[in-house]
Design a protein around this ligand. Structure first.
Ligand code: FES
Length: 156
């Protein structure tokens, strides 16, 4: 993110670049997400104002496309595979344990910004079911009892 006095300076520059372009909203949203990490409501409002559209239109696009995040992700992103093989082998119990341990619902981030917990589709490692990843690291045959130990490695 831009380290300037106006936290929106970079966003304003992005908007300016695409403002008069047909279909300019998508590139603005993509570049804004790259610059700020997420399209929070204040950023969406600024985009709507700058592009001469409504917040509801920007919000509609942001929620329709999976590539857009409305909240900043944590420093460490935990993904638990909920594909069939993992589900059958107990992924739900692992996911529940993580949510309990982190004290957050699935799909959200801890208040200290350390962890985001999400469920995901098949990760292509079904032989290791149930599978979870933390950032790029893969953990296979995970049991709920191992969850705390795995996360300890990533605590600051
Ligand atoms: S179902 Fe989980 S890795 Fe394939």
């Amino acid at each position: 993110m831009c380290d300037c006095q106006n936290a929106y300076a970079e966003l304003d520059a992005i908007i300016l670049r695409h403002k008069d372009e047909p279909g300019g909203l998508m590139p603005v949203m993509q570049e804004a997400q790259n610059a700020y990490g997420a399209l929070t409501m204040d950023i969406q409002q600024r985009i709507a104002d700058g592009m001469g559209t409504t917040l509801s239109e920007v919000y509609g696009v942001a929620t329709f496309y999976a590539q857009f995040a409305l909240e900043k992700k944590g420093k460490h992103v935990i993904s638990v595979c909920m594909g069939t093989a993992c589900y059958v082998k107990g992924a739900q119990a692992v996911l529940d344990k993580l949510a309990e341990y982190l004290e957050i619902p699935v799909g959200s981030t801890t208040s200290d910004g350390q962890f985001t917990l999400q469920a995901t589709r098949c990760l292509g490692a079904c032989g290791l079911a149930p599978v979870m990843t933390v950032n790029d690291e893969v953990f296979g045959r995970v049991t709920p009892d191992q969850v705390a130990g795995i996360l300890d490695k990533f605590q600051d």
